[in-house]
Design a protein around this ligand. Structure first.
Ligand SMILES: *[C@@H]1O[C@H](CO)[C@@H](O)[C@H](O)[C@H]1NC(C)=O
Ligand SMILES: *[C@@H]1O[C@H](CO)[C@@H](O)[C@H](O)[C@H]1NC(C)=O
Ligand SMILES: *[C@@H]1O[C@H](CO)[C@@H](O)[C@H](O)[C@H]1NC(C)=O
Ligand SMILES: *[C@@H]1O[C@H](CO)[C@@H](O)[C@H](O)[C@H]1NC(C)=O
Ligand SMILES: *[C@@H]1O[C@H](CO)[C@@H](O)[C@H](O)[C@H]1NC(C)=O
Length: 953
């Protein structure tokens, strides 16, 4: 479709959206022309669908331009929505497939909305611009749609801690730009997909640094094909699955690996010697598997900090060399691994050593601890070994456990190391330096010594390089980094505190996080949501140092009562899943307020012949066949949903009959819903008659009826929605839609064609009775659409050409002959249209300060002068100073329409013809605006005007 706007050809694509480039051209053409709203129609409609589904509308989402300033969680570029960040916003419901309408979306972060359920729509795959997809800690279930493989730009995919099941779709392997893949803590099962022939697989992810797949139900082998030397993988996290078979030797190809967690699976066989090639390895977790064969040689892993190979069935073997050579070790966990022989003294000389757990082995002989160089050493646990003797030098701050060794026989059982005093692994942070202050209830003293309600969360860190919980430098660095992250997003954060570190059973580090607001005494929902978004997005500068983390948090609501909100994030592990599940209970308490009114039972259906199904109404009951063409019956509940419970935000107008609401149908169509006030409701018969009448009218210049709702105490008409508002608002400048002379001609032509259709082509014909600029709507291409048939009368009674009826209409537009004689004909509409024509050129209201526009124009008019001497009263915005070709003819035509005598006025068909002539005169091509329906007066079928189809309101 093509339309002329401002002399530049603008075409619209199949979705009806004017392309941004054209908008740009138009903006260059005239600064007056504001079209932002038009470019955003699709995005706006998509956001309305989402918000209706989720039962919220953030208070800042006002107006219809999502790219206007200040829409919470929305970011735009070139008037298109590119980012949605609504983490922890209490969203409930599903992710509608209409999300695909947001075709420019680059960031979608809906994390920590435990109320988000149901499957991920396949249409996610149409969001081809997506770079960040972050849906952590929600309740999405079902399979991950294979279409996700279409997201070519995707860099960050985080679906951790949902209820996703089925297999990992192989198509994820097509995401060649993917860096971060986190599917932790779901119910994914089946094999880890690798490519074969035409099928993609994870081995193709040559740009991925993170595979976080822990806490699922993955089974089968870790495929050898998964690892290639082309990979840049840093974190391979597969713990807490049901993987079997050997660790493939190909893992040694991925030289970039820093952390490998394969613990808590059912892996068996020998550990491949190639593992020793991974010289960058910092953390290696192979515990709780069924690994056999010789003790792996880790001598090559010079930088290893943390190693845990506990609970495997290795061959009984001597303590390996690397116990003496891996100088960086902080943590050595080798419980129940078949070790025998003496523990080398060199191990205890490592300067970073924190924890040595060698329980349940066959270690024997003398335990020579020698000189300790690490001030972090916390625990040496050799319970249940064969240690005979001990050499310990100097005072020790660490705990030594030798219970169950021969050394703890009768003679030594009083010794400290023979008494199990394995302390609860908790740690208290040093006290703050604040003067003692009593904060009021619920408030907490911040590190900066201010009382406030903090945003609270639990961080569950997937792995760290240390095991000593008193690692103060880590916590300080973490606080500083979080602070930096929040500030880089301009969040009003005063300070951050992490405290109460503990270990989970899968050796995840759990920390309490408190974020203190600056300025305010607490974060509002928007602020808390922004914090959650930042937290969900692993923005810490050194993930290798801090480790990826899980989040779970609570925050106080403004009411004072602390409401728990769940936020499961990052990783899995059964303990975590339980944790998340427990917190999930709170999430259920987070009720869907928006739904409460829906639950009231609404008596359905007054007419016996209306099906309760949401179907096109085809009825043939009792001989009376309602002639509804395509008009659909809506239930009250449906319309309630589509209008967000008839919310104020959706209120787009009102009149004597009631209010008009903007609604969005599930398919994305925007509709205007006229809801009658109780006083202005009609009887069922009359309403039915009106619906029938309206449903017969189909013309591109008439607002068409989409459907209706008739239930007890409710009568609603559902019309198509015109995004550019009404003509009154554009003439007054209110809507920001600017109409130059040529556009005004086009609007006049459209409205005239719509009216001509009503008069001359509708069967029976229809008199509008209330033509005025408020009832002429502008669609997205600024085509006029005549609206509001609320007062219309159709003429069915043969023989008469008029209806005698009580005078209705709007002052200023009333046909004087109708007013005096109460004889209504189509010519009454022609008169009103004449007034509209004068408004089109003057932008004045028909009666302003007591002056009637028709008189004003008549008085000022001098036909001997240029522009009939009307310059002073013309609307300056029409483009004064430019040629207004045809304006005189337009005024002449208006004056003909405004003749006191109906008989002297032209028919609408004639008006259409004349405006077409004027448009040609104005050198505006009509090719693109030629009507689908002829407006020729020759076509007028006056036989249609056959009297009254009386519909009294
Ligand atoms: C979405 O993608 C599917 C195939 O991936 C395609 O068939 C469909 O037309 C797309 N929808 C839109 C609206 O682009
Ligand atoms: C793990 O795998 C074993 C053998 O393949 C199977 O018997 C068991 O049911 C699996 N466990 C789960 C939780 O899927
Ligand atoms: C362990 O690997 C290193 C190479 O990293 C090698 O020099 C050494 O001989 C190996 N030790 C054993 C016992 O195989
Ligand atoms: C080893 O297994 C035992 C018994 O299942 C368990 O209690 C212990 O925590 C495991 N050790 C490690 C380091 O995972
Ligand atoms: C243990 O060490 C002490 C001296 O350090 C020595 O007298 C004793 O014989 C040793 N016991 C064994 C069983 O080696």
């Amino acid at each position: 479709m093509h339309i002329w706007i401002g002399g530049i050809l603008s075409d619209t694509d199949t979705t009806g959206r004017t392309r941004a480039t054209h908008v740009f051209l138009l903006l260059m053409l005239t600064q007056l022309f504001v079209m932002a709203a038009e470019a955003n129609t699709q995005d706006f409609s998509a956001l309305m669908i989402l918000m209706q589904e989720w039962g919220i509308r953030p208070p800042s989402w006002v107006g219809s331009d999502p790219c206007a300033e200040g829409w919470e969680g929305i970011d735009c570029s070139n008037s298109r929505v590119t980012s949605i960040m609504l983490a922890s916003r209490g969203l409930t419901g599903q992710l509608p497939s209409a999300i695909q309408l947001l075709s420019e979306l680059e960031i979608l972060n809906l994390s920590f909305n435990k109320g988000l359920t149901g499957p991920l729509p396949t249409s996610l795959g149409n969001l081809t611009k997506l770079v960040y997809l972050v849906l952590a800690g929600c309740s999405f279930s079902g399979a991950i749609p294979g279409t996700i493989g279409s997201l070519e730009q995707l860099f960050y995919l985080d679906l951790n801690n949902n209820r996703l099941s089925d297999q990992i779709p192989p198509s994820i392997g097509s995401l060649s730009n993917l860096n971060y893949l986190d599917l932790t803590g779901n119910k994914l099962n089946g094999y880890i997909p690798v490519s074969s022939g035409t099928t993609p697989g994870l081995d193709m992810l040559h740009n991925a640094e993170h595979f976080h797949l822990g806490g699922n139900l993955l089974s089968g082998k870790v495929p050898p094909e998964l690892f290639t030397s082309k990979m840049v993988l840093k974190h391979l996290i597969l713990d807490n699955n049901n993987l079997t078979g050997r660790i493939p030797s190909t893992i040694g190809n991925v030289q970039t690996l820093l952390t490998v967690r394969l613990d808590r699976n059912s892996l068996s066989g020998h550990v491949p010697s190639s593992l020793n090639n991974l010289s960058n390895m910092a953390e290696l977790h192979l515990s709780n598997n069924k690994l056999t064969g010789p003790m792996p040689n880790l001598t090559g892993m010079d930088l290893l900090y943390y190693v845990d190979m506990s609970n495997n069935t290795f061959d009984v073997s001597d303590v390996p060399d690397w116990f003496s050579t891996l100088q960086s070790l902080t943590t050595l966990m080798m419980e129940n691994t078949g070790l025998q022989g003496r523990v080398p003294q060199a191990l205890f000389s490592f300067s970073n050593l924190q924890t040595v757990v060698l329980r349940n082995n066959h270690l024997n002989g003398l335990l020579d601890i020698g000189t300790i160089y690490s001030d972090q050493l916390q625990l040496i646990d050799l319970e249940n070994n064969l240690i005979l003797n001990l050499t310990q030098s100097g005072g020790s701050n660490y705990t030594l456990i030798l219970l169950g060794n021969p050394i703890c026989d009768k003679t030594n059982m009083e010794k400290k190391y023979c008494i199990v005093s394995r302390s609860d692994s908790s740690y208290s942070m040093p006290p703050s330096n604040c003067a003692p202050v009593a904060c009021s209830s619920g408030e907490v003293l911040s590190p900066n010594c201010k009382c406030a309600h903090p945003f609270k969360a639990t961080l569950v860190v997937l792995f760290v390089s240390f095991s000593n919980l008193g690692n103060f430098s880590y916590y300080t660095a973490l606080q500083a980094s979080l602070m930096q992250s929040f500030h880089s997003y301009n969040l009003p954060v005063d300070s951050v505190s992490v405290s109460y570190p503990t270990w989970s059973s899968s050796y995840y580090l759990q920390l309490m996080l408190e974020v203190f607001p600056s300025g305010e005494d607490r974060f509002n929902e928007t602020g808390a949501s922004a914090l959650a978004s930042v937290l969900s997005n692993q923005t810490l500068p050194r993930p290798d140092y801090f480790g990826p983390y899980i989040v779970e948090f609570y925050y106080g609501k403004s009411g004072g009562s602390n409401k728990a909100l769940v936020i499961g994030a990052a990783v899995g592990g059964s303990a975590l899943l339980i944790l998340v599940a427990l917190v999930g209970v709170y999430a259920f308490q987070h009720k869907r307020k928006a739904h409460e009114p829906w639950s009231r039972s609404i008596p359905l259906v007054r007419w016996p012949f209306i099906t309760q199904k949401k179907q096109t109404w085809i009825s043939n009951i009792s001989g009376s066949v309602p002639q509804l063409k395509g008009a659909r019956l809506f239930s009250f509940e449906e319309l309630m949903k589509y209008t967000n419970c008839f919310s104020e935000a959706n209120d787009i107008g009102s009149g004597g009959y009631g209010k008009v609401y903007l609604g969005i149908l599930p398919a994305g169509q925007m509709v205007a819903i006229k809801r009658a006030k109780r006083e202005s409701m009609q009887g069922g018969i009359e309403f039915k008659a009106e619906v029938e009448l309206l449903s017969r009218v189909h013309h591109k210049n008439l607002v068409s009826l989409v459907g209706f709702c008739l239930e007890q105490d409710e009568q609603m008409l559902v019309y198509e929605y015109a995004p550019n508002g009404n003509l009154r608002d554009s003439l007054s400048g209110k809507s920001g839609v600017w109409l130059d002379w040529k556009r005004r001609l086009k609007v006049a032509l459209g409205a005239a064609r719509g009216l001509a259709y009503l008069h001359e082509h509708a069967n029976p014909s229809i008199i509008h009775r209330d033509i005025k600029p408020n009832n002429i709507l502008l669609d997205k291409d600024l085509n006029a659409k005549v609206a509001d048939f609320g007062l219309s009368k159709s003429m069915v009674d043969s023989g008469t050409h008029h209806v005698t009826t009580q005078v209705k209409g709007t002052m200023g537009y009333l046909d004087p002959e109708y007013y005096m004689t109460q004889q209504l004909t189509e010519k009454s509409d022609v008169y009103s249209f004449g007034v509209v024509m004068l408004e089109l050129i003057t932008a004045r209201r028909p009666i302003e300060r007591g002056n009637y526009i028709v008189r004003v124009v008549q008085m000022a008019m001098d036909k001997t002068k240029d522009l009939y001497n009307l310059q002073k009263i013309l609307d300056p915005a029409i483009g004064l100073g430019r040629e207004l070709k045809g304006l005189e003819n337009f005024v002449d035509l208006a004056m003909l329409c405004l003749d006191d005598l109906q008989a002297k006025r032209p028919t609408m068909g004639e008006v259409v013809k004349e405006i077409e002539n004027i448009i040609q005169l104005a050198a505006l091509s009509t090719s693109d605006i030629s009507a689908s329906t002829s407006g020729n007066s020759e076509d007028v079928n006056k036989d249609l005007q056959r009297g009254v189809f009386n519909l009294q309101r």
